[in-house]
Design a protein around this ligand. Structure first.
Ligand code: EPU
Length: 426
């Protein structure tokens, strides 16, 4: 299916309230984790995204039946694993699907999962996923573009991650939940998505301690129950809307947020002169009072400034007079937004993973998104300038933001997107 470009007419402040979706990056591993139970599981707060459809296609191949029983409520049921392979055609659509390796291995004793490869903004290695499974007793061999994993008994032992990896931590946890072993993961990710996965698993009978710390201990259990769980709010979507509010010099209230998940983003905006008022599960972002100041930003693993908000922050800083420096050592090649922002008049010089940004007024231009967060950055940039910005590659937005255009119209944005399509890359 082809998607017509997104047409954005910007140059005026937005206002009002917007409800943040529940987290894409928490929902995907929790959906995969339902593979570990024979019972029916109901998940609330699952965003309707093409990435969710992609993982559901893969789960269907593995033996899961699913039904949407509410707008964002999904029932999943995997009484038996019917296939233990995750073929290239499915894994290459979305690299996050690589974590089925741990889940299939746990449930079925063996798994064959295609190597995920790189993506539009550079390599996405999985060496830590594989090293963890091997260290815990699984046999993992690379064969013809696949990883073939087997275990004879329960996973057991300790693995120290060489770096903080969200997906690697997910994979190792999923592999260790069932059985009678005890697995300790050190230097594990403390990301909110890891915490949410653990809380879901414990809610259906897993025994995992240490969520939110760098040491996670998983004691194997014979089986998981059925149950119901609500996914956390999406801190990356919230961060995107916070950048949007600041870039358009608007006053916007975000509902369904966890302010404690957004500390690094909030602190940076406050440093720029944006007023932020937290109230329960809402955040008011007010960028209407005075000039914004340039800042320096470096991405880090959670709780640092998220790489998934870096392109959007770069778009914002491209509109703020003065010199800002943005560095993304987490994903050094995540720079596909830069050439497109140049087309809109942005003054950004790149050296390695460092962007030096001289802020100025942007102008409308035809541009093309090459990935999800770059698409969000271009949408933000388009909303800052007068005239019509036409954004191609908008199918990427549908991977991560539910009904984005429609919801932003609720804030007064003039944006039109007519048809839906699936993107084939991260
Ligand atoms: N890394 C390795 N080896 C590994 C795994 C990771 O070197 O085996 C490196 C990566 O190259 C990167 C760093 O470790 O430099 C962190 O990668 P991580 O494994 O944490 O990333 P991920 O789990 O593959 C998730 C999100 C990404 C997000 C990153 C970082 C999902 C589905 N994806 O990816 O989200 O950028 O964490 O926070 O949860 C997005 O939503 O736009 C997106 C790409």
């Amino acid at each position: 299916m082809l998607l017509t470009p997104l047409h954005v007419q910007g140059g005026r402040p937005l206002s009002g309230e917007i409800t943040v979706q529940h987290s894409k990056n928490a929902a995907l591993p929790i959906i995969v984790a339902t593979l570990l139970s024979r019972e029916k599981i109901t998940l609330h707060g699952v965003p309707r995204l093409s990435d969710v459809d992609t993982i559901l296609d893969l789960m269907h191949h593995l033996g899961t039946s699913h039904a949407w029983v509410g707008e964002n409520t999904l029932e999943l049921h995997t009484p038996e694993i019917l296939n233990t392979d995750a073929p290239y055609a499915l894994v290459s659509k979305m690299r996050a699907s690589f974590i089925v390796l741990g889940a299939i291995l746990a449930r079925a004793g063996q798994a064959t999962v295609s190597m995920p490869g790189g993506c539009a903004w550079g390599p996405r290695p999985v060496d830590q996923h594989v090293k963890a499974l091997r260290a815990l007793g699984a046999e993992v061999v690379e064969d013809g573009g696949n990883f073939d994993a087997r275990r004879t008994g329960s996973l057991n032992g300790t693995f120290v991650f060489e770096l903080l990896t969200v997906g690697g931590t997910h994979n190792a946890i999923l592999a260790a939940v069932l059985g009678d072993g005890v697995v300790t993961l050190e230097n594990a990710s403390i990301d909110t998505d890891v915490v949410d996965l653990i809380e879901f698993l414990n809610s259906v009978g897993a025994d995992i301690q240490g969520a939110g710390t760098n040491t996670i201990v998983i004691r194997g259990v014979p089986a998981l129950r059925g149950g119901a769980y609500t996914v956390i709010p999406d801190r990356i979507e919230a961060g995107t809307f916070m950048m949007l509010a600041a870039a358009t010099r608007s006053r916007i209230t975000l509902n369904n947020v966890r302010p404690d998940h957004l500390r690094a983003v909030t602190a940076k905006l406050q440093e720029m002169g944006v007023d932020i008022l937290e109230s329960g599960s809402s955040i008011l972002v007010d960028a209407t009072r005075g000039e914004l100041k340039p800042v320096n930003v470096t991405t880090q693993s959670y709780p640092g400034f998220p790489t998934d908000v870096q392109p959007q922050m770069s778009a914002l800083l491209a509109t703020v007079p003065g010199t800002s420096v943005v560095q993304d050592p987490v994903y050094p090649d995540r720079l596909t937004h830069v050439a497109e922002l140049h087309r809109m008049g942005a003054n950004i010089t790149v050296s390695g993973y460092t962007q030096v940004i001289q802020g100025s007024r942007l102008h409308a231009a035809p541009v093309k998104a090459a990935d999800l967060r770059a698409g969000a950055a271009l949408f933000i940039a388009g909303l800052t300038c007068e005239g019509e910005t036409v954004i191609d590659g908008v199918q990427y937005l549908n991977r991560g933001y539910e009904k984005l255009t429609e919801r932003l119209r609720g804030l007064g944005a003039d944006a039109r997107q007519t048809e839906l399509a699936m993107a084939m890359d991260d």
